[in-house]
Design a protein around this ligand. Structure first.
Ligand code: NAD
Length: 341
């Protein structure tokens, strides 16, 4: 197996955790040709923009990227480079699995659920402005289309079947947002009728947040709109031990970008203590996706072996990073997973 992948180290803890993921992929015996590319705040001084044209060209060519987190100025400045990349490549499905690990102490055991988030519409459409120069009020428009809802919900039904799962819960707020969330829900109900083999449930988002905290094991796969998915997937990360453990995939018809759920973690950046697990598991998701797409069993097997090595190292407990109760460095945990392979 030999593949070319755009590698974006990103900002904050990005370069630290991406290095660990690269080491692990290589230890798994995968021959990846990495095309390094800049993006985010760290690209601005060198390229004058958070999304350089060369980076877009590289992703366009390779149709595949492994990406560290990118910083976005809060409340001002340029728009999110993450949102822009997802829109540019129409990466409409954001898949965020959360599974408990033996060795990581949490309130619940046996959590195994997946949040599938619509990644291009809703309140992240970027249609937002202040209504006057004095900034006395602002408005933001949520855009939901039937086509956009259909493709993400259909993706979720197929995900349930392909991954031998049972139940799909559609999360909405159609009691208040009768048109936008209403359209998403109506589309889901229509598609549910075409997938009688998948148990379909619907739940209002506020109740869903409470139910997830109270009894996460009642859930299997969840599908929801952009903002709700963003928030609920951080919540599900918390259930299994935090953002250091949760991987993510941004999937489109033409390209895919794999990244951890977490951000740049400015509070620990540069200290060498970030947990690389989420980024390593994102790399494993990438290999499994490659395996499915190119019918390459060796890629899928490498992804499975990386997941097993991560589980083994976390269960052994000797090299845990501080966020999950240990004292190990990013590099030590990465080395341990590479050695376990
Ligand atoms: P964050 O995910 O960066 O951090 C939240 C908390 O989780 C912090 O306490 C941090 O230390 C901890 N954490 C995150 N990843 C960790 C890891 N691997 N190991 C150990 N601890 C970890 O969220 P934030 O502080 O809200 O956002 C910081 C910046 O990241 C913002 O600019 C935001 O826009 C950006 N961001 C980017 C992405 C992305 O690139 N996909 C996602 C989320 C946030």
């Amino acid at each position: 197996m030999s593949i070319r992948v755009t590698l974006i180290p990103g900002d904050g803890i990005g370069p630290e955790v991406v290095n660990a993921a690269v080491e692990v992929i290589e230890a798994a015996g995968c021959k990846v040709e990495w095309e390094r590319a800049a993006a985010g705040a760290s690209a601005v001084p060198t390229h004058g923009t958070p999304i350089p044209a060369e980076t877009l060209q590289s992703i366009r060519r390779n149709k595949l990227a492994l990406k560290g987190p990118l910083a976005t100025p809060i409340g001002e400045g340029y728009r999110s480079a993450n949102v822009a990349l997802r829109k540019e490549f129409d990466l409409y499905a954001n898949v965020r699995p959360a599974r408990s690990f033996a060795g990581v102490e949490t309130r619940y055991s046996g959590v195994d659920l997946v949040v599938i988030r619509e990644n291009t519409q809703g309140l992240y459409s970027g249609v937002e402005h202040y209504i006057d120069d004095e900034r006395t009020a602002a408005e933001s428009i949520s855009i939901i289309t039937r086509k956009g809802s259909e493709r993400i919900i259909e993706y979720a039904f197929n995900y349930v079947k392909q991954n031998k799962r049972r139940r799909l819960t559609l999360v909405h707020k159609a009691n208040i947002l009768k048109c936008t969330s209403g359209l998403f829900l109506e589309t889901g109900r229509g598609l549910a009728a075409k997938h009688p083999d998948v148990e379909f449930k619907e739940m209002i988002v506020d109740n869903c947040a409470m139910q997830l905290v109270k009894n996460p094991n009642q859930f299997d796969v969840l599908v929801t709109t952009n903002l709700f998915g963003d928030i609920l997937s951080d919540l599900t990360s918390g259930l299994i031990g935090g953002l250091g453990l949760t991987a993510g995939a941004n999937i489109g018809k033409q390209a895919a970008i794999f990244e951890a759920v977490h951000g740049t973690a400015p509070d620990i950046a540069g200290k060498g203590v970030a947990n690389p697990t989420a980024m390593i598991l994102s790399a494993a998701l990438m290999l499994r996706w490659l395996g499915d797409r190119h019918k390459d069993p060796s890629a899928a097997a490498a992804g499975d072996r990386i997941e097993a090595a991560v589980a083994e190292v976390l269960a052994a407990g000797g090299t845990l990073t501080p966020d999950i109760g240990g004292r190990a460095s990013t590099a030590a945990l990465g080395d341990a997973v590479a050695s376990a392979l």
